[in-house]
Write a protein that binds this ligand. Structure first.
Ligand SMILES: Nc1nc2c(c(=O)[nH]1)N[C@H]1C(S)=C(S)[C@@H](COP(=O)(O)O)O[C@H]1N2
Ligand SMILES: [Mo]
Length: 346
Protein backbone atom coordinates (compact mmCIF):
# COMPACT_ATOMS: atom_id res chain seq x y z
CA UNK A 1 0.00 0.00 0.00
CA UNK A 2 1.23 3.45 -0.87
CA UNK A 3 1.79 5.72 2.05
CA UNK A 4 1.04 9.31 1.22
CA UNK A 5 2.94 12.22 2.64
CA UNK A 6 0.56 14.78 4.15
CA UNK A 7 1.37 17.16 1.30
CA UNK A 8 0.16 14.58 -1.25
CA UNK A 9 -3.25 14.26 0.31
CA UNK A 10 -5.80 16.33 -1.53
CA UNK A 11 -8.16 18.28 0.71
CA UNK A 12 -11.04 16.35 -0.86
CA UNK A 13 -9.62 13.09 0.57
CA UNK A 14 -9.75 14.32 4.14
CA UNK A 15 -13.08 13.60 5.69
CA UNK A 16 -14.76 16.63 7.19
CA UNK A 17 -14.98 14.84 10.52
CA UNK A 18 -11.21 14.31 10.68
CA UNK A 19 -10.59 17.90 9.67
CA UNK A 20 -12.84 19.20 12.35
CA UNK A 21 -11.51 16.93 15.05
CA UNK A 22 -8.02 18.27 14.40
CA UNK A 23 -9.01 21.88 14.19
CA UNK A 24 -11.27 21.82 17.17
CA UNK A 25 -9.27 19.55 19.45
CA UNK A 26 -8.37 22.46 21.68
CA UNK A 27 -11.99 22.97 22.64
CA UNK A 28 -12.43 22.63 26.34
CA UNK A 29 -15.97 21.70 26.98
CA UNK A 30 -17.48 24.46 29.05
CA UNK A 31 -20.87 22.75 29.16
CA UNK A 32 -21.93 22.13 32.69
CA UNK A 33 -23.75 18.82 32.71
CA UNK A 34 -26.21 18.28 35.52
CA UNK A 35 -26.13 15.09 37.52
CA UNK A 36 -27.40 12.11 35.54
CA UNK A 37 -30.16 11.50 38.03
CA UNK A 38 -32.07 14.67 37.24
CA UNK A 39 -35.60 13.67 36.33
CA UNK A 40 -36.35 15.12 32.94
CA UNK A 41 -39.38 13.14 31.96
CA UNK A 42 -40.14 9.77 30.49
CA UNK A 43 -40.09 11.12 26.94
CA UNK A 44 -36.32 11.28 27.14
CA UNK A 45 -35.13 7.91 25.95
CA UNK A 46 -31.44 7.17 25.95
CA UNK A 47 -29.81 7.94 22.63
CA UNK A 48 -26.92 5.69 23.57
CA UNK A 49 -29.20 2.77 22.85
CA UNK A 50 -31.09 4.24 19.90
CA UNK A 51 -27.85 5.63 18.50
CA UNK A 52 -26.07 2.37 17.72
CA UNK A 53 -29.11 0.90 16.05
CA UNK A 54 -29.62 4.04 13.99
CA UNK A 55 -26.01 4.18 12.84
CA UNK A 56 -26.11 0.60 11.61
CA UNK A 57 -29.12 1.43 9.44
CA UNK A 58 -27.86 4.54 7.67
CA UNK A 59 -25.76 3.70 4.61
CA UNK A 60 -22.69 5.90 4.37
CA UNK A 61 -23.43 6.62 0.71
CA UNK A 62 -26.54 8.55 1.70
CA UNK A 63 -24.68 10.99 3.85
CA UNK A 64 -23.64 13.43 1.16
CA UNK A 65 -25.47 14.58 -1.90
CA UNK A 66 -23.49 14.34 -5.15
CA UNK A 67 -23.15 17.98 -6.10
CA UNK A 68 -22.72 19.64 -9.49
CA UNK A 69 -19.30 21.13 -10.13
CA UNK A 70 -20.29 24.70 -9.20
CA UNK A 71 -20.81 23.51 -5.62
CA UNK A 72 -17.18 22.41 -5.31
CA UNK A 73 -16.07 25.83 -6.46
CA UNK A 74 -18.44 27.54 -4.03
CA UNK A 75 -17.11 25.41 -1.18
CA UNK A 76 -13.45 26.08 -2.05
CA UNK A 77 -13.44 29.22 0.06
CA UNK A 78 -15.26 29.28 3.36
CA UNK A 79 -14.62 31.87 6.01
CA UNK A 80 -14.01 29.97 9.27
CA UNK A 81 -16.11 30.73 12.33
CA UNK A 82 -14.43 33.15 14.71
CA UNK A 83 -13.50 31.55 18.02
CA UNK A 84 -16.02 33.60 19.97
CA UNK A 85 -19.76 33.85 20.62
CA UNK A 86 -22.22 34.11 19.02
CA UNK A 87 -20.81 32.30 15.99
CA UNK A 88 -18.89 29.72 17.96
CA UNK A 89 -20.15 28.23 21.20
CA UNK A 90 -16.99 26.82 22.81
CA UNK A 91 -18.84 23.57 23.51
CA UNK A 92 -17.85 20.29 21.94
CA UNK A 93 -19.47 19.58 18.61
CA UNK A 94 -22.14 16.93 18.25
CA UNK A 95 -20.46 14.24 16.10
CA UNK A 96 -21.28 14.10 12.38
CA UNK A 97 -22.89 10.69 12.85
CA UNK A 98 -25.43 12.03 15.29
CA UNK A 99 -26.13 15.23 13.36
CA UNK A 100 -26.92 13.22 10.24
CA UNK A 101 -28.79 10.22 11.67
CA UNK A 102 -30.96 11.68 14.42
CA UNK A 103 -33.23 14.01 12.43
CA UNK A 104 -36.69 15.50 12.21
CA UNK A 105 -37.80 15.76 8.59
CA UNK A 106 -41.34 14.45 8.48
CA UNK A 107 -41.49 14.45 4.67
CA UNK A 108 -39.31 11.31 4.92
CA UNK A 109 -41.12 9.79 7.90
CA UNK A 110 -41.71 10.32 11.58
CA UNK A 111 -38.87 8.26 13.08
CA UNK A 112 -35.53 9.86 13.80
CA UNK A 113 -33.65 7.57 11.38
CA UNK A 114 -36.19 7.87 8.54
CA UNK A 115 -34.67 11.00 6.96
CA UNK A 116 -31.23 9.36 6.77
CA UNK A 117 -32.40 5.94 5.63
CA UNK A 118 -35.29 6.91 3.33
CA UNK A 119 -33.90 9.92 1.43
CA UNK A 120 -31.77 8.02 -1.11
CA UNK A 121 -34.03 9.03 -4.03
CA UNK A 122 -34.16 12.72 -3.12
CA UNK A 123 -32.83 14.99 -5.91
CA UNK A 124 -31.45 18.44 -5.21
CA UNK A 125 -30.40 19.30 -8.75
CA UNK A 126 -31.66 21.26 -10.53
CA UNK A 127 -33.10 23.38 -7.70
CA UNK A 128 -35.11 26.55 -8.10
CA UNK A 129 -36.37 28.91 -5.45
CA UNK A 130 -39.49 30.96 -6.19
CA UNK A 131 -39.52 34.48 -4.77
CA UNK A 132 -42.94 36.11 -4.50
CA UNK A 133 -44.84 38.93 -2.80
CA UNK A 134 -43.59 42.28 -1.59
CA UNK A 135 -40.29 42.48 -3.49
CA UNK A 136 -39.03 44.50 -6.45
CA UNK A 137 -37.50 41.40 -8.03
CA UNK A 138 -39.83 38.41 -7.81
CA UNK A 139 -39.14 35.35 -9.95
CA UNK A 140 -37.94 31.78 -10.18
CA UNK A 141 -34.24 31.65 -9.50
CA UNK A 142 -31.76 28.82 -9.98
CA UNK A 143 -30.02 28.09 -6.71
CA UNK A 144 -26.68 28.49 -8.42
CA UNK A 145 -27.54 32.07 -9.36
CA UNK A 146 -28.79 33.17 -5.97
CA UNK A 147 -25.69 31.71 -4.32
CA UNK A 148 -23.31 33.49 -6.71
CA UNK A 149 -23.13 36.81 -4.84
CA UNK A 150 -22.96 35.31 -1.32
CA UNK A 151 -19.79 34.40 0.54
CA UNK A 152 -19.88 31.15 2.46
CA UNK A 153 -18.90 31.12 6.09
CA UNK A 154 -18.97 28.70 8.98
CA UNK A 155 -21.20 29.18 12.04
CA UNK A 156 -21.17 26.90 15.03
CA UNK A 157 -24.59 27.09 16.64
CA UNK A 158 -26.62 25.29 19.27
CA UNK A 159 -29.82 23.73 17.89
CA UNK A 160 -32.54 23.12 20.48
CA UNK A 161 -35.58 21.05 19.54
CA UNK A 162 -38.85 21.48 21.40
CA UNK A 163 -38.53 17.74 22.17
CA UNK A 164 -35.83 18.69 24.72
CA UNK A 165 -32.74 17.46 22.86
CA UNK A 166 -30.01 19.70 21.53
CA UNK A 167 -26.91 19.59 19.38
CA UNK A 168 -23.95 21.82 18.52
CA UNK A 169 -23.57 21.91 14.74
CA UNK A 170 -20.92 23.51 12.51
CA UNK A 171 -22.97 24.89 9.62
CA UNK A 172 -21.73 26.30 6.31
CA UNK A 173 -23.84 29.02 4.75
CA UNK A 174 -24.51 32.75 4.76
CA UNK A 175 -26.69 35.28 6.57
CA UNK A 176 -30.28 35.18 5.33
CA UNK A 177 -30.07 38.99 5.11
CA UNK A 178 -27.55 38.62 2.25
CA UNK A 179 -30.09 36.61 0.28
CA UNK A 180 -33.06 38.85 1.06
CA UNK A 181 -31.39 42.05 -0.12
CA UNK A 182 -30.96 40.58 -3.63
CA UNK A 183 -34.74 40.67 -4.12
CA UNK A 184 -35.25 44.21 -2.78
CA UNK A 185 -38.19 43.86 -0.38
CA UNK A 186 -40.70 46.73 -0.40
CA UNK A 187 -41.73 48.69 2.70
CA UNK A 188 -44.78 46.39 2.95
CA UNK A 189 -42.60 43.32 3.53
CA UNK A 190 -43.17 42.82 7.27
CA UNK A 191 -42.93 39.02 7.31
CA UNK A 192 -41.08 36.32 5.36
CA UNK A 193 -42.74 32.98 4.65
CA UNK A 194 -40.86 29.82 3.60
CA UNK A 195 -41.99 26.55 2.03
CA UNK A 196 -40.36 23.14 1.70
CA UNK A 197 -40.46 21.11 -1.50
CA UNK A 198 -43.23 18.50 -1.79
CA UNK A 199 -41.96 15.59 -3.87
CA UNK A 200 -44.05 12.54 -3.11
CA UNK A 201 -41.94 10.34 -5.44
CA UNK A 202 -38.81 10.73 -3.32
CA UNK A 203 -40.29 11.67 0.06
CA UNK A 204 -42.01 8.61 1.49
CA UNK A 205 -43.52 10.53 4.40
CA UNK A 206 -45.70 12.70 2.16
CA UNK A 207 -48.39 10.15 1.34
CA UNK A 208 -47.93 8.08 4.46
CA UNK A 209 -51.16 7.38 6.29
CA UNK A 210 -49.34 8.42 9.47
CA UNK A 211 -48.60 11.89 8.11
CA UNK A 212 -49.96 14.61 10.36
CA UNK A 213 -48.66 17.65 8.49
CA UNK A 214 -50.57 19.17 5.59
CA UNK A 215 -47.81 19.78 3.08
CA UNK A 216 -45.91 21.84 2.18
CA UNK A 217 -44.13 22.38 5.50
CA UNK A 218 -44.29 26.13 6.10
CA UNK A 219 -42.45 28.51 8.39
CA UNK A 220 -42.16 32.24 8.83
CA UNK A 221 -40.25 35.03 10.51
CA UNK A 222 -40.83 38.70 11.12
CA UNK A 223 -38.64 40.74 8.74
CA UNK A 224 -36.41 42.01 11.58
CA UNK A 225 -35.87 38.41 12.74
CA UNK A 226 -35.16 37.31 9.18
CA UNK A 227 -32.51 40.01 8.74
CA UNK A 228 -30.94 39.61 12.20
CA UNK A 229 -27.23 38.85 11.69
CA UNK A 230 -27.61 35.48 13.47
CA UNK A 231 -30.26 34.17 11.06
CA UNK A 232 -28.51 31.82 8.68
CA UNK A 233 -29.17 29.92 5.46
CA UNK A 234 -27.20 26.71 5.59
CA UNK A 235 -25.99 24.86 2.49
CA UNK A 236 -23.54 22.61 4.33
CA UNK A 237 -22.35 21.21 7.63
CA UNK A 238 -19.03 19.86 8.87
CA UNK A 239 -17.27 21.51 5.94
CA UNK A 240 -19.27 19.61 3.31
CA UNK A 241 -22.61 19.79 1.47
CA UNK A 242 -25.82 19.31 3.39
CA UNK A 243 -27.01 15.72 3.39
CA UNK A 244 -30.65 15.31 2.28
CA UNK A 245 -31.76 14.52 5.82
CA UNK A 246 -30.50 17.88 7.09
CA UNK A 247 -32.41 19.87 4.48
CA UNK A 248 -30.38 19.84 1.25
CA UNK A 249 -29.70 21.86 -0.70
CA UNK A 250 -30.59 24.88 1.46
CA UNK A 251 -32.32 25.24 4.84
CA UNK A 252 -32.91 27.91 7.42
CA UNK A 253 -31.10 27.97 10.79
CA UNK A 254 -32.53 30.23 13.51
CA UNK A 255 -30.44 29.37 16.56
CA UNK A 256 -32.47 31.19 19.26
CA UNK A 257 -35.74 29.51 18.25
CA UNK A 258 -36.95 25.93 18.61
CA UNK A 259 -35.71 23.66 15.83
CA UNK A 260 -39.05 23.48 14.03
CA UNK A 261 -38.59 27.09 12.80
CA UNK A 262 -35.47 25.97 10.91
CA UNK A 263 -37.28 24.81 7.77
CA UNK A 264 -35.51 22.47 5.36
CA UNK A 265 -35.16 22.12 1.57
CA UNK A 266 -36.64 25.51 0.76
CA UNK A 267 -38.31 26.12 -2.64
CA UNK A 268 -40.42 29.20 -1.94
CA UNK A 269 -39.83 32.48 -0.13
CA UNK A 270 -42.76 34.88 0.05
CA UNK A 271 -42.60 38.43 1.41
CA UNK A 272 -45.84 39.66 2.94
CA UNK A 273 -47.49 42.28 5.07
CA UNK A 274 -49.30 39.93 7.44
CA UNK A 275 -48.11 37.11 9.66
CA UNK A 276 -48.11 33.81 7.74
CA UNK A 277 -49.59 30.54 8.93
CA UNK A 278 -46.93 28.07 10.02
CA UNK A 279 -47.02 24.28 10.11
CA UNK A 280 -46.75 23.49 13.82
CA UNK A 281 -48.81 26.46 14.90
CA UNK A 282 -51.60 25.29 12.56
CA UNK A 283 -51.41 21.76 13.94
CA UNK A 284 -51.43 22.57 17.64
CA UNK A 285 -51.53 26.28 18.46
CA UNK A 286 -51.49 25.80 22.23
CA UNK A 287 -48.18 23.90 22.01
CA UNK A 288 -46.32 25.67 19.20
CA UNK A 289 -46.37 29.42 18.75
CA UNK A 290 -45.38 31.53 15.78
CA UNK A 291 -42.41 33.02 17.65
CA UNK A 292 -41.11 29.77 19.19
CA UNK A 293 -38.24 31.51 20.94
CA UNK A 294 -36.40 29.05 23.19
CA UNK A 295 -37.77 29.90 26.63
CA UNK A 296 -37.23 27.78 29.76
CA UNK A 297 -40.12 29.57 31.47
CA UNK A 298 -42.84 28.77 29.00
CA UNK A 299 -44.03 25.24 29.62
CA UNK A 300 -44.96 22.69 27.03
CA UNK A 301 -47.48 19.97 27.84
CA UNK A 302 -45.24 17.11 26.70
CA UNK A 303 -41.60 18.14 27.11
CA UNK A 304 -39.73 20.04 29.78
CA UNK A 305 -38.42 23.30 28.42
CA UNK A 306 -36.10 24.19 31.30
CA UNK A 307 -33.65 21.37 30.59
CA UNK A 308 -32.35 19.53 27.58
CA UNK A 309 -30.34 16.44 26.63
CA UNK A 310 -27.20 17.46 24.78
CA UNK A 311 -26.50 14.86 22.11
CA UNK A 312 -24.76 12.51 21.94
CA UNK A 313 -25.76 10.91 25.18
CA UNK A 314 -23.81 7.89 26.32
CA UNK A 315 -24.62 5.18 28.81
CA UNK A 316 -22.29 6.85 31.28
CA UNK A 317 -23.45 10.41 30.80
CA UNK A 318 -26.97 11.54 30.04
CA UNK A 319 -25.60 15.03 29.44
CA UNK A 320 -28.57 16.92 30.79
CA UNK A 321 -28.08 20.69 30.85
CA UNK A 322 -30.19 23.68 31.68
CA UNK A 323 -31.93 25.33 28.75
CA UNK A 324 -31.06 29.00 28.41
CA UNK A 325 -33.36 31.88 27.48
CA UNK A 326 -33.17 32.42 23.71
CA UNK A 327 -30.95 29.32 23.66
CA UNK A 328 -28.11 31.47 25.02
CA UNK A 329 -28.32 34.11 22.26
CA UNK A 330 -30.29 36.73 24.22
CA UNK A 331 -27.62 39.40 23.99
CA UNK A 332 -28.07 39.43 20.21
CA UNK A 333 -31.81 38.94 19.86
CA UNK A 334 -33.70 39.90 23.04
CA UNK A 335 -34.04 43.53 21.90
CA UNK A 336 -36.39 42.45 19.10
CA UNK A 337 -38.97 41.43 21.70
CA UNK A 338 -38.83 44.46 24.00
CA UNK A 339 -42.26 45.15 25.45
CA UNK A 340 -43.72 41.82 24.25
CA UNK A 341 -45.19 39.38 26.74
CA UNK A 342 -43.29 36.25 25.77
CA UNK A 343 -45.67 34.03 27.72
CA UNK A 344 -48.47 35.06 25.33
CA UNK A 345 -46.29 35.34 22.23
CA UNK A 346 -44.56 31.97 22.70
N1 LIG B 1 -39.41 20.65 5.94
C1 LIG B 1 -39.17 20.35 7.22
N2 LIG B 1 -38.32 21.11 7.94
C2 LIG B 1 -38.05 20.81 9.23
C3 LIG B 1 -38.70 19.71 9.87
C4 LIG B 1 -39.59 18.91 9.07
O1 LIG B 1 -40.18 17.92 9.54
N3 LIG B 1 -39.79 19.26 7.77
N4 LIG B 1 -38.46 19.46 11.21
C5 LIG B 1 -37.99 20.59 12.02
C6 LIG B 1 -37.59 20.20 13.36
S1 LIG B 1 -38.82 19.78 14.44
C7 LIG B 1 -36.27 20.26 13.77
S2 LIG B 1 -35.86 19.96 15.38
C8 LIG B 1 -35.17 20.54 12.82
C9 LIG B 1 -34.15 19.42 12.88
O2 LIG B 1 -33.04 19.70 12.06
P1 LIG B 1 -31.90 18.60 11.90
O3 LIG B 1 -32.58 17.29 11.57
O4 LIG B 1 -31.02 19.07 10.78
O5 LIG B 1 -31.17 18.52 13.20
O6 LIG B 1 -35.64 20.66 11.48
C10 LIG B 1 -36.87 21.37 11.33
N5 LIG B 1 -37.16 21.58 9.93
MO1 LIG C 1 -37.87 19.89 16.55
Amino acid sequence: MLIKKPSDIKPSEITPEAMYRNRREFIKDGTNFLAGSVGIGSSLTSLAQDGDALKARAPAAMRRSPPASWWAEKFSSIKPAPDSEPNFTGESLTPYEDVTIYNNFYEFGMNKADPATRSGEFKTEPWTVEITGEVAKPGKYDLENILKPVDLEERIYRLRCVEAWSMVIPWIGFPLADLIKQFEPTSKAKFVEFETIVDSDSMPGINSRFAIVSWPYREGLRIDEATNPLTFMAVGLYGSYLPAQNGAPMRLVVPWKYGFKSIKSIVKINFRETQPNTTWNDLQANEYGFYANVNPEVHHPRWRQDMERRLPQTLLSRRVIETRMFNGYGEHVAHMYDGMDLASYY
